[in-house]
Design a protein around this ligand. Structure first.
Ligand SMILES: Nc1ncnc2c1ncn2[C@@H]1O[C@H](COP(=O)(O)OP(=O)(O)O)[C@@H](O)[C@H]1O
Ligand SMILES: [Mg+2]
Length: 500
């Protein structure tokens, strides 16, 4: 009996567990059976492998072929095993020498003509292969993505024939060499285009500096969406570890992957009609949702009260833990979801509550019902809640005297971020112990905090968020210690009554 063993990888959440593809040839009636994949995937894989072998002028062995993918409890996504299965058949039947196959991992879908098609999750598989000390052979279309892994040799191939030539030692596949990174793409509108709104601008700067969650409340057309869209232009590039994590999630999603922008934090902006699965992830096999695609970046939820309340409630867990666990009958997957939440909303159904013109016609009950769509626990997790009022005619006409541009603000954000890096991380993510170390209030500051806790009945969670924001304000000011005025500003940048 002839046997071949090929290394490959499955995909489970952001993990890429190893899979052994074992091919046995034995006597008996000719035919092929694949064990370890669901029925439909097996049928399709058989057809592709058979056609690809014929097209490349190889012989389909006239023997009993048994393919075993171990371990058996694999994700249903089977196309990535086409290449290892085809190679296993060729090696077991002696048409291709085993060569250095033990030091390699293989991944790739075969087209009927033997060309290799891109697979999902190539980056996670490449990282895992590197850890296992093996090089990875994969479709050329996945090379730049897999190349991000850095510490692994990536061998990109266009077809089954190229892979076979490599194993025969006839035509070596060149290892992928990453090209120098191109300039990051333009990052949306510039703060120089925003007229007025000093308070919202300040809140945006603080949110960018410390990674805090932000809610903008105001009438239609006051610039909420515009302001939120300016945030990407204020954020620094991701460091290598963060970029790798974010890219790994993106490479799992069914969408085009642009490796040139891999250091740019994501800015995800799902529409409020998006389903729960689209927002938090799910499906079979589980795929990451918007909150995971926003990992280390921004999740912008515009028109917050229009979102399904149950969908919003699911955000509470990842907002605290930075990850989401998706449980399906067959399997459980955990995806990272450490995003910065920016949300925008009108203060009432007509949008004009609180406007000095008095044009709001909503009843108190209508307003209450509208606001109740956003739960208290969700609001508790938002650090900055600011009003974005309608601009007066005078302010609009003074448009020429627009504020600073994004580059000037981004420079301050950068300074505040380096101070945080010296302490060990973004202020928004300081845990309780680190926060206590980073914020040592003077007596006056402590008294202010105590008064606020009593009068505004702040929960411990909200009080801590307040201190984190105050720490960021001090960092922006270049101050060593958090002063009472920093705390006071943090208090002023969070509305304490329900908006409206
Ligand atoms: N403060 C502002 N400065 C400059 N343009 C503004 C401002 N507020 C609104 N606009 C412009 O008005 C339009 C509506 O703004 P938008 O941000 O969509 O409002 P909202 O989201 O609050 O309803 C956009 O074209 C925007 O560019
Ligand atoms: Mg808007």
């Amino acid at each position: 009996m002839a046997i071949a063993l090929i290394h490959s990888r499955a995909q489970c959440g952001v993990q890429a567990p190893p899979v052994q593809v074992e091919v046995h040839l034995s006597g008996g009636l000719p035919g092929m059976s694949i064990v370890g994949l669901p029925e439909a995937a097996v049928r399709e894989s058989k057809d592709r492998v058979r056609a690809a072998l014929m097209c490349a002028r190889f012989e389909m062995p006239q023997r009993r072929i048994t393919v075993n993918l171990a371990p058996a409890d694999l994700p249903k996504d089977g196309a990535r095993f086409d290449l290892p299965i085809a190679l296993g058949i060729l090696i077991a039947s002696g048409q291709v020498p085993a060569g250095a196959v033990a030091e390699l991992e293989f991944l790739g879908e075969l087209a009927l003509n033997g060309a290799l098609r891109a697979v999902h999750g190539a980056l996670t598989a490449a990282i895992a292969a590197g850890r296992a000390g093996r090089a990875v052979v994969l479709p050329e279309a996945n090379a730049s993505e897999a190349g991000l892994a850095g510490s692994v040799q990536v061998l990109p191939a266009r077809s089954l024939l190229e892979v076979c030539a490599h194993l025969r030692g006839e035509g070596r596949i060149e290892a992928y060499r990453p090209r120098p990174a191109s300039a990051p793409p333009a990052a949306g509108p510039d703060l120089a285009d925003v007229v007025g709104q000093p308070k919202a601008r300040r809140a945006l700067e603080i949110a960018a500096a410390g990674g805090h969650h932000l809610l903008l409340v105001g009438p239609p057309g006051s610039g909420k969406t515009l302001l939120a869209s300016c945030l990407p232009g204020l954020l620094p590039a991701l460091d290598e570890q963060e970029a790798l994590e974010a890219a790994a999630v993106r490479s799992l999603a069914q969408q085009r992957f642009d490796p040139s922008a891999w250091r740019t934090p994501a800015f995800r902006r799902p529409h409020h009609t998006a389903s729960g699965i689209a927002l938090v992830g799910g499906g079979s096999p589980p795929r990451p949702g918007e909150i995971s695609l926003a990992h280390h970046g921004v999740l912008f939820l515009d028109e917050l009260p229009e979102w399904d309340r149950r969908v919003l409630e699911v955000l509470r867990e990842p907002l605290e833990s930075g990850s989401i666990t998706i449980s399906r009958a067959a399997q459980q997957a955990e995806f990272p979801a450490r995003f910065q939440l920016v949300a925008a909303m009108n203060p009432c159904p007509c949008g004009w509550a609180g406007d000095p013109s008095g044009r709001c016609r909503c009843t108190a009950e209508q307003i209450a019902r509208y606001l109740a769509r956003i739960s208290g626990p969700l609001l508790d997790r938002i650090d900055l809640i600011v009003e974005v009022p309608r601009l007066s005619a005078a302010e609009l006409h003074a448009g020429g005297t627009a504020g600073e541009d994004s580059a000037a603000v981004a420079a301050r954000v950068h300074g505040a971020r380096s101070r945080q890096a010296g302490r060990g991380g973004l202020n928004a993510r300081l845990d309780h112990a680190a926060l206590a170390g980073a914020v040592a209030l003077c007596a006056r500051g402590q008294a202010l905090l105590d008064r606020a806790i009593d009068r505004l009945q702040l929960s411990t969670r909200v009080a801590r968020r307040l201190l984190r924001v105050a720490r960021t304000i001090a960092d922006l000011a270049g101050a060593e210690a958090v002063q009472p005025e920093h705390l006071a500003e943090a208090l002023s940048l969070r509305r304490w009554t329900v908006p409206g």
